[in-house]
Design a protein around this ligand. Structure first.
Ligand SMILES: Nc1nc2c(ncn2[C@@H]2O[C@H](COP(=O)(O)OP(=O)(O)OP(=O)(O)O)[C@@H](O)[C@H]2O)c(=O)[nH]1
Length: 347
């Protein structure tokens, strides 16, 4: 028996600015703490401490906005003042507080993580000001820290769509929201994350991110690599979208069945970050409107429900160590109508 459930939604807001097409998800900045002021040896005066460069998380803020505030992407805090007759303790240099979007991870140029800002108002010092001059450093103020840093933004969306290219992720996002992702029958149509907001009649909202397709070997930077998976780390739910008819990247590549794609996605997620396997996940089996789709589904239903039993059949390099925990699988046809999304369930 087939049940059809229509998900109701009403008009969707325009996506926030940072989710529109000019969206960037990483930014490099040069930051320098202010130098400490010199001390005054005659009176034992201490130079003012140099100011720090600090990042402050702000919701609904875009990385692009940082570029418009700091056009040359160089942020240098104020120097501490020298100690004088009138100010024996030199006046400290002012720190600069740079607003950044919530969900930022900060790295140094050599890839070392400085910290993360995951909640609005959280602060992180990325360049400390130099100490003022005093008796122990010859009364000479020290230079502030200098870094070239990379801000890496992880989107915050409720649901992340993950799958191989061509599985229908963009079609599903378009059917559920007013997002207008590019849809085409060739792989890698999606080259950057798209976000759609689904608004329900009771005004609840769900944001859904469509990520560029993964392929086997994404961990070795094949295709678009793993770089977009960082956006799934912050989602509450992962929707694994797979094509019931399987997937073949090109005639030179091996054909992968629907089950293969689930196992291989499991493996790629594990290679990126094993903790993703604990995230609540639903498998969406798409293209159920195509020929023999239901017959195929009947034959693989048991395997989907017991996916770890299939692992043995795969060579070691493709075999996941741990299965994804999925709550359920939903056979759907994302293409069924512009504004209709059908969840088709067998009993
Ligand atoms: N028959 C059928 N075709 C579908 C369905 N959903 C998507 N397609 C088609 O599959 C092709 C790929 O769809 P996309 O939505 O671009 O797939 P994607 O997963 O976003 O692909 P990438 O951008 O490469 O990651 C398009 O030609 C769609 O029209 C479906 O439910 N049924």
């Amino acid at each position: 028996m087939v049940f059809c459930t229509k998900i109701n939604y009403i008009k969707v807001k325009t996506p926030r600015k940072y989710l529109q097409s000019s969206f960037i998800d990483s930014l490099r900045l040069f930051v320098k703490g202010g130098s400490g002021g010199n001390g005054l040896p005659k009176f034992g005066g201490i130079g003012g401490q140099g100011g720090n460069v600090e990042l402050v998380a702000k919701d609904n803020y875009a990385l692009e906005s940082i570029c418009s505030v700091y056009k040359n992407k160089r942020i240098i805090a104020k120097h501490g003042r020298d100690s004088t007759h009138n100010f024996i303790l030199g006046i400290p240099g002012e720190s600069i507080k740079v607003e950044v979007p919530t969900g930022i991870t900060v790295f140094t140029d050599d890839g070392m993580k400085i910290g993360e800002l995951n909640k609005e108002g959280e602060q992180l010092i990325v360049a400390r000001g130099g100490t003022g001059g005093h008796s122990k450093n010859g009364f000479l103020g020290l230079q502030g820290q200098t870094h070239s840093i990379k801000l890496d933004l992880k989107l915050i969306s409720d649901v992340g769509l993950v799958g191989f290219p061509n599985a229908g992720k963009s079609t599903l996002l378009k059917a559920l929201s007013h997002a207008k992702p590019k849809i085409a029958s060739y792989p890698f149509t999606t080259i950057r994350p798209n976000i759609g907001i689904i608004m329900y009649k009771d005004l609840r909202q769900i944001s859904m991110a469509d990520l560029p397709g993964l392929i086997e070997g994404a961990h070795a930077n094949k295709g678009m690599g793993h770089k977009f998976l960082k956006h799934v780390e912050r989602t509450k739910l992962m929707l694994l979208v797979v094509d019931i008819n399987g997937f073949q990247l090109s005639p030179q590549h091996e054909f992968r069945t629907c089950i293969d794609t689930i196992v291989l996605l499991n493996k790629e997620l594990e290679l990126y970050n094993p903790s993703l396997l604990d995230k609540p996940t639903i498998i969406v089996i798409n293209k159920m409107d195509t020929n023999n789709a239901w017959k195929t589904l009947d034959s693989i239903k048991h395997q989907i429900n017991n996916i770890s039993d299939t692992f043995e059949a795969y060579p070691e390099n493709l075999r996941p160590n741990k299965p994804l925990k999925f709550y359920e699988f939903l056979p759907i046809s994302a293409k069924e109508g512009e504004r209709q999304f059908k969840v088709l369930k067998t009993n």
